[in-house]
Design a binder for this molecule. Structure first.
Ligand SMILES: Cc1cc2nc3c(=O)[nH]c(=O)nc-3n(C[C@H](O)[C@H](O)[C@H](O)COP(=O)(O)O)c2cc1C
Length: 190
């Protein structure tokens, strides 16, 4: 059975280092036999969640929740903003955690596998934001793999084609993606 994974950068920035990183992870997952769908946030622009506007559920939230429901696991590369993970990611999680008319019923997180990496231009490579995101996704019932990867000084880490320059780091990114594919496949057989 083919494993279906979603790949997400926690940044919608067009030149996002985390987008490049999650693509490197996705390559590893694909090589391990998974089918990976990369989320393009331009197709999923969501208003800031507020229970007052739940009655006007955005179509983008329904489409995103459907993709999450269909996926068995998530590859995430998360930036760090002011010592925390991104508002984009938190807002998406809040929308996805709600019952949305027209979207599949039930949790899209419970018992789903996740691997979290992170890239920042600073010295600490998203260690704080990754820890926080791990806690929140664990709270929602995700199985968050111990595999992780921190890329610091991300402005110098990628070439003009968006590939990781350091061979060892590229191997680790691919290995994180492959680990998610393998663990998800093993769990789907159990
Ligand atoms: C408002 C703001 C706050 C930031 N705070 C942090 C931070 O706390 N720690 C850090 O390492 N980098 C921080 N950065 C730098 C980001 O990690 C950097 O811009 C990163 O490249 C963003 O991810 P992206 O390339 O995927 O868009 C901050 C950047 C912005 C714009």
């Amino acid at each position: 059975m083919t494993i279906r994974l979603l790949a997400l950068s926690g940044s919608a920035r067009s030149a996002s280092h985390n987008l490049k990183l999650v693509k490197a992870m996705s390559a590893g997952a694909t090589a391990a036999g998974a089918t990976v769908t990369l989320i393009d946030w331009r197709e999923f622009v969501l208003p800031v969640f507020n229970e007052d506007i739940e009655g006007e559920t955005p179509a983008a939230a329904v489409r995103l929740k459907t993709l999450f429901a269909e996926a068995q696991g998530f590859l995430i590369a998360e930036p760090e903003y002011n010592g925390g993970y991104s508002a984009l990611m938190k807002n998406a999680i809040d929308w996805l955690s709600r019952p949305l008319p027209g979207a599949p019923v039930g949790s899209v997180f419970k018992n789903k596998t996740v691997v979290i990496a992170g890239a920042t231009t600073g010295k600490w490579g998203a260690v704080r934001s990754m820890r926080q995101l791990r806690e929140v996704l664990g709270y929602l019932g995700c199985i968050v793999l111990p595999d992780t990867l921190s890329v610091n000084e991300a402005g110098k880490a990628f070439d003009a084609d968006g590939k990781l320059l350091d061979v060892k780091t590229a191997e680790l990114a691919a290995a994180a993606g492959a680990a998610l594919a393998r663990v998800t496949a093993a769990l789907s057989r159990s």
